[in-house]
Every structure is written in structure tokens, then in C-alpha cells.
Design a protein around this ligand. Structure first.
Ligand SMILES: NC(=O)c1ccc[n+]([C@@H]2O[C@H](COP(=O)([O-])OP(=O)(O)OC[C@H]3O[C@@H](n4cnc5c(N)ncnc54)[C@H](OP(=O)(O)O)[C@@H]3O)[C@@H](O)[C@H]2O)c1
Length: 368
């Protein structure tokens, strides 16, 4: 039963996707000793109440002697809300099952200690791997102070993103593109390079139709400030934020025009092409996660820099061919095969005629 209830708590927590950053996804299920569910809840940032409180309210007096399944360690400090551990203790819950400690230093281990010292039976470790994966953005952000980087690309099966004449729309099918919009909903930031901004004039908004806490922030790496003030990105900057990272030498008159139209220009932290500095700046702004949507230059430089935490490729069953047709990843690339980026935890899903492949760089996994 523990496994089934924890799976339910994890599934509940996932309902908060897009609505919790920079906090964690949390779900809670409360059951009687016989396994009857008497309360459920999940966390969304704007709600004053945490998952545990919502579930306890539903359970009411029946929570006495019950078991609480929570997808992450309950907090024992005063934050936006009073400690959830106090609420669990006061309700008479007898047993707490939670997969992992919260990586937040304000919480880590203290929640479990508080509950144990109040006489609750606490067990941890159940479905820990699944729970950590579900909160991979939060764990990464807590550990590094930088956002979790997810590189998403769409390519032909021979790794091309356009024909030799530059024709690129659309390589993948509708199902893949709909899925890409779902992905956007789970991220705080979407990032491209100036090349994609100029070539595609993209809008880069979240059109998933699902709720989100803050608008998707659109970021362009644009050292020479080439972004067109008439572009769709700039024209919509007052509705959904646009940040352009540029260098000190960029033309100030053009910067002023862009700023007047609602774009925020970031000059200082963009030292040359220092992607780490860009990510640190985004981290300071409490962005927990970034979806990289192109193109080959930015993707290649990010792979070379070792900053990518997750990759998703949509592979279309077409062969474009041609030595001069651009490939999906630029940058320097590996010198020897042994230096190539090794991917692990590979998952594949069919999307119409395409295949969605999601995986993690082995190096990123090793340092966890
Ligand atoms: N199939 C796909 O999934 C996909 C996705 C996106 C784009 N695309 C295609 O890719 C093509 C554009 O490719 P691209 O390589 O030019 O686009 P890109 O990677 O989006 O942009 C590259 C440009 O970004 C700027 N930049 C600034 N800082 C950078 C940094 N740290 N690292 C790398 N670049 C930095 C550089 O311009 P400055 O030197 O001026 O700063 C660079 O030339 C388009 O045809 C587009 O349709 C395909």
C-alpha cells in the first residue's frame, strides 16, 4: 500500500507543474490504517496553504492515528506559511512516509527530526529516485543557485535542422510541436540565440492553455544587439517579458528603442559569451528552469560548456542529407569519441510519425 499511496502523492504533486517555481512540487495523501484515502492536496506557490495543510483540512478529525504520504520532507520553519510539521503533529498523524529530505538548507533533515521528536514514526527512501526526478529543477536550483537547463531540438533522423537552401519549416509533425508547447509550460524561461530570433521571428510564448504562476520569460543571447525592434518577440514584450543579453559595445540607440518597447537589456553579466554568467544572472532572478530552443550555435556552445542538464530531441523520419545542410548541434564538438557527451536514462515516446527522445548527460547525473 505504501508504494501505491506514494505514487498517488507524486502524481498529485505533478499537478502543480508551472505553478510552484522557485519552490518544489509537493503532493500529500492521508490514509486511515485500513488504507482509505481521507485527504489529498498539492502545492501551488500562490496558495497560502501547503499540500499537507490542504490534505489535513479534508481529513479533519479522522487524521488522528492516520498515515501521511508526502512527496518531499515537510518543512519545520516559518516561511510563507507556518511549519507543516506543527500541523501534522497537531492533527494526531501517527506515521509519515516521505521519499527524501528537502535540499533547502532551511528545511533539510529538520522536518523529519521535528516529527520524530514529537513521536511520529517517520520513514523515508520510498520512491526516492522518482521523487527526485519529478523535482529535478528544484533540486538543481537548490544545489547550484542556477536554473536547470533543458535543451530541446527538432531534427530530421540524419540530424539536420534545415535543407542546404535553409528550408526548415516544419521538419517535425503537429504532435511533436504540441508536445513542445506542453514542455514550455513547465519552464520559467525559454532561451534562444540571435540567429534564431532573426531567422524565425518566433513568438516563444506558452500556448499550452495550462495554468502557470508567472509568464514565460523569453531570453535572447544577442551580443551585437541584432534583434529586430519590429519582431514578434519585441512587439509582445509588454505582455510576456523579453530579456536580451548583450555586450557593452552594443549600439545604445538601438537598446533604447528596444527598452521603450518593453525589452529588458542585460549588459553587465554577459561577459563575452560566458554562458555560466548568463545562467548565474538568471538564477539570481529566481528562475529555476530554462528551456533552450535553439539553434545549433547556442546548443553547441552549451553542450561544450557542460551546462546542459537534460536533452529532448524530436526526430522526424525524413532524411535531408547534404554536406551543406546545417546539423542540429554546432560548437566545437568532441575531438575523440571518448569525449562525446554520453546520455543516460534514455526514454522514447512516439509522437505521431516522430520519436521524442529524452535523456540526461551522464556527467550531470554523476555529480548528483
Ligand atoms: N530544429 C530546431 O530545433 C531549431 C531550433 C532553433 C533554431 N533552429 C534553426 O537554427 C537556425 C539558426 O541557427 P543559429 O545557430 O544561428 O541560431 P542560434 O544558436 O539561436 O543563434 C546563434 C547566435 O546567437 C548569438 N550568441 C550570443 N551569445 C552566444 C553564446 N554564448 N553562444 C552562442 N551564440 C551566442 C550569436 O550571435 P552574435 O554573435 O550576434 O551575438 C550567434 O550567432 C535557424 O535557421 C533556425 O530555424 C532550429
Amino acid at each position: 500500500m505504501d508504494h501505491r499511496m506514494m505514487a498517488r502523492a507524486l502524481a498529485l504533486s505533478a499537478k502543480g507543474a508551472g505553478q510552484v517555481s522557485p519552490g518544489p512540487l509537493v503532493g500529500c495523501v492521508i490514509t486511515t490504517l485500513q488504507g482509505e484515502v481521507i485527504g489529498e492536496g498539492f502545492y501551488v506557490y500562490e496558495d497560502v496553504k501547503h499540500a499537507e495543510t490542504l490534505a489535513l483540512e479534508q481529513a479533519g478529525g479522522t487524521a488522528r492515528g492516520a498515515t501521511a504520504y508526502v512527496s518531499l520532507e515537510p518543512h519545520a520553519h516559518f516561511g510563507k506559511t507556518p511549519p507543516c510539521t506543527d500541523a501534522l503533529i497537531a492533527s494526531g498523524i501517527k506515521r509519515l512516509v516521505a521519499p527524501l529530505e528537502d535540499p533547502n538548507p532551511m528545511v533539510s533533515g529538520r522536518g523529519f527530526d521535528h516529527l520524530r521528536s514529537a513521536g511520529l514514526q517517520v520513514s523515508s527512501g520510498l520512491m526516492a529516485r522518482e521523487a527526485k526526478k519529478l523535482n529535478e529543477k528544484y533540486f538543481h536550483f537548490m544545489k547550484t543557485g542556477r536554473p536547470f537547463l533543458h535543451l530541446k531540438l527538432a531534427t530530421s533522423i540524419d540530424g539536420k535542422i534545415a535543407t542546404r537552401t535553409g528550408d526548415s519549416r516544419w521538419i517535425t509533425g503537429e504532435e511533436s510541436r504540441a508536445r513542445a508547447h506542453e514542455l514550455r509550460q513547465e519552464y520559467d524561461v525559454i532561451l534562444i540565440g540571435a540567429g534564431t530570433a532573426l531567422a524565425d521571428n518566433p513568438l516563444l510564448t506558452d500556448r499550452s492553455g495550462k495554468p502557470r504562476r508567472r509568464p514565460l520569460t523569453r531570453v535572447v543571447l544577442d551580443e551585437r544587439l541584432q534583434t529586430n525592434p519590429e519582431s514578434r518577440l519585441v512587439q509582445t514584450a509588454k505582455e510576456a517579458p523579453v530579456l536580451i543579453f548583450t555586450s557593452q559595445s552594443a549600439e545604445t540607440r538601438k537598446a533604447e528603442v528596444l527598452q521603450m518597447r518593453g525589452v529588458e537589456i542585460v549588459w553587465d553579466s554577459f561577459k563575452g559569451r560566458d554562458l555560466l554568467a548568463v545562467m548565474e544572472e538568471l538564477g539570481k532572478r529566481s528562475f529555476q528552469s530554462v528551456l533552450i530552443e535553439g539553434g545549433a550555435t547556442v546548443a553547441g556552445n552549451l553542450i561544450d560548456s557542460g551546462l546542459v542538464d537534460k536533452v529532448t530531441f524530436f526526430l522526424a523520419p525524413v532524411i535531408i542529407g547534404g554536406r551543406d545542410a546545417p546539423s542540429v548541434i554546432g560548437g566545437h564538438g568532441a575531438e575523440r569519441l571518448i569525449d562525446a557527451l554520453n546520455l543516460v536514462d534514455v526514454e522514447m515516446v512516439q509522437r505521431g510519425r516522430d520519436i521524442e527522445v529524452t535523456a540526461y548527460p551522464a556527467e550531470a547525473r554523476d555529480t548528483e
